[in-house]
Design a protein around this ligand. Structure first.
Ligand code: ADP
Length: 578
């Protein structure tokens, strides 16, 4: 039981420790996961900004390159041949707002699409020739910062000079509307997401703003972030062409924003794309990771609990089996201890029996010998009369008979046991055997004043028995009855038919036999331990011989007794069947 409780306690302790460890790890990892999620989120935002920036760079640069190739490859052609390509380029390469040709005098001579080209517009007359001149003089492409278009919105002006050797033919002016770029690369970023994207140039001018369209074309810093140090810092970083992530508090939405920004380098233009997302987005992500973590933790704890429960059940079953086994083994041990104690007791008894037997045999042998010796000594004396002589000889003969009987008694059990006892069965009438037996003990009974009563039914069936062997059995039972019955007692011998057998009962009113000795009196040399037994002498063989003889007749013998009131010895015999 103790083992069982110990095991359960150990399992429970391990279970609690495991749950604590798992919970601790869960909470520890939760902090790490929080940082990781935050980091991952920032990285992801930065990647998006980078992607957008690279997209813009590639798109814009590709368009510049197309115009440059045209200017270079067709520089030898006539102006009308050059402008003849505009339509194809415009249509094949989406993204241009218009492509115009300005001749060497600064006058717009052609444009496609025609409706958006201010043909005849004289840059010098309008005092707008600065960039034109610069492209011509530097003989290289000049890209202006996004500037407001007549038609509204912002546009990037790409001035590509056309030189045939040293001859300046004019400038191809390609205009890309800023919205063309932002619609394509920035607008889709925030679809289905909270937050917004904005694009600024290196002066802090807003080129695109997902939420503040009114801000486009205006200076961000002055307009929005003058009082917001954190954002001001971010915008300065952006204007320097850096990339990274940072956090600021947005007054408009009254929420903390995470900003990821990446530079757009397009020739000498430097812009910066920024993605601004509420910090609560990360909290949602962390929350969802946290929920998954908690679910996982719950499952692990449940597994630990189930495992522990399983172990407890297994241990208690195992313990029960063990307990049952120990119980049965203990029972076996107790049983064999009892048997051992009993065997020991028996051995002691046997040892006592042996000693008793030795003293009994020597006593039984010595007594007749002493009587014979005394008689012989008397006979030695010459002048004894004939009567005395006869008496002496009688004593000698009686004692010799007694010794012969004793020796026979000692030999009979071994004869019976070895099966050397031969029985001569015949049809016997019990009346005569019982009468003979009673006769032979009558004198002894008379001397003790004991009444002998014989009760036999007249029609008692004959039995199948050996007269010579059966007679000593009855005599022995009668002698015992006389021996263990005090003066003026009564002895009866009765017979009856029962269950197809003949039953003979020899009863006395003697000292009786203790219940625990009732069976044992039939053992060889066994004598009830009492003063009277000791005084009575005897070998303890009589009943063992009786039992052997009766059983050899296929009968049974047993005793019934009440201590102090008397005993009855009963034996059965088969009826003579013909
Ligand atoms: P013995 O009479 O020589 O001792 P038995 O085998 O005849 O040996 O008897 C064994 C023992 O049984 C006796 O010693 C006695 O203690 C007991 N016993 C036998 N018959 C009687 C009886 N009728 N009454 C009381 N005890 C008896």
């Amino acid at each position: 039981m103790k083992v069982k409780i110990d095991n359960i306690v150990i399992i429970l302790v391990i279970c609690v420790i495991l749950i604590c460890v798992v919970t601790l790890l869960g909470f520890k990892s939760h902090g790490e996961v929080e940082d990781l999620v935050q980091q991952q989120f920032n990285e992801q935002q930065l990647m998006l900004a980078r992607q957008a920036a690279l997209g813009i760079e590639g798109f814009a640069d590709e368009r510049v390159t197309i115009i440059e190739i045209l200017a270079r490859d067709r520089s030898g052609d006539s102006i009308s041949d050059i402008t003849g390509c505009f339509k194809t380029i415009y249509e094949e390469t989406s993204g241009f707002y218009s492509i115009e040709f300005i001749d060497a005098n600064g006058v717009v001579v052609y444009g496609y699409p025609e409706h958006s080209a201010p043909v005849g517009y004289d840059l010098y007359a309008e005092n707008m020739s600065g960039t034109f001149d610069s492209a011509r003089d530097k003989r290289e492409t000049n890209i202006s910062s996004p500037t407001p278009l007549f038609e509204g919105g912002l546009g990037s002006f790409i001035w590509v000079p056309v030189y045939e050797e040293e001859e300046f033919k004019g400038v191809i002016l390609a205009i890309i509307r800023t919205t063309t770029i932002t619609d394509r690369f920035l607008e889709p970023i925030m679809q289905d997401r909270t937050g917004y994207v904005y694009l600024i140039d290196n002066k802090g001018k807003s080129l695109y703003d997902g939420t503040r369209r009114e801000a486009i074309g205006k200076n961000y810093i002055k307009m929005l972030s003058e009082d917001n140090d954190a954002w001001l810092k971010i915008l300065n970083e952006q204007m320097n062409g850096s990339e990274g992530t940072a956090v600021y508090f947005d007054e408009g939405s009254r929420s903390e924003q995470i900003v990821a920004y990446a530079p757009v380098r397009w020739r000498d233009q430097l812009w910066s794309v920024a993605i601004s997302v509420p910090a609560s987005e990360v909290d949602h992500l962390i929350q969802s990771v946290y929920t998954k973590q908690m679910t996982f933790l719950g499952i692990v704890i449940a597994i630990i609990l189930c495992g522990s429960l399983g172990l407890i059940v297994m241990f208690s079953r195992w313990n029960k089996t063990l307990e049952a086994e120990v119980k049965s083994k203990t029972g076996d041990l107790i049983q064999s201890n009892k048997e051992l104690a009993l065997a020991n007791e028996r051995l002691k008894e046997l040892d006592k029996l042996k000693s008793d037997f030795v003293s009994m045999v020597s006593h039984e042998l010595k007594t007749p010998l002493a009587a014979m010796r005394t008689s012989a000594q008397v006979l030695e004396v010459a002048d004894i009369n004939t009567e005395t002589k006869g008496e002496m000889l009688d004593i000698i003969l009686r004692n010799m008979d007694r010794q012969t009987n004793l020796v026979n008694d000692l030999l009979d059990p071994s004869r019976i046991e070895s099966g050397r006892m031969e029985l001569k069965f015949e049809k016997l009438s019990l009346d005569s055997i019982i009468a003979d037996s009673v006769e032979s003990v009558r004198q002894t009974a008379f001397e003790k004043g004991i009444a002998l009563d014989v009760e036999l039914p007249e029609d008692l069936s004959s039995v199948k028995a050996d007269r010579e062997k059966l007679t000593p059995v009855i005599i022995n039972l009668l002698n015992n009855a006389i021996k263990f019955t005090s003066r003026s007692g009564e002895i009866s011998i009765k017979a009856r038919e029962l269950n197809g057998q003949v039953e003979v009962r020899v009863s006395d009113t003697g000292i009786g036999i203790p219940p625990e000795d009732l069976d044992r009196v039939f053992d060889k040399f066994y004598q009830v331990d009492s003063t009277l037994t000791r005084e009575a002498g005897g070998t303890g063989l009589g009943l063992a011989i009786c039992k052997g003889i009766i059983e050899a007749h296929n009968g049974h013998v047993w005793a019934e007794s009440e201590l102090g009131k008397g005993s009855t010895f009963i034996f059965t015999l088969e009826k003579w069947s013909g």
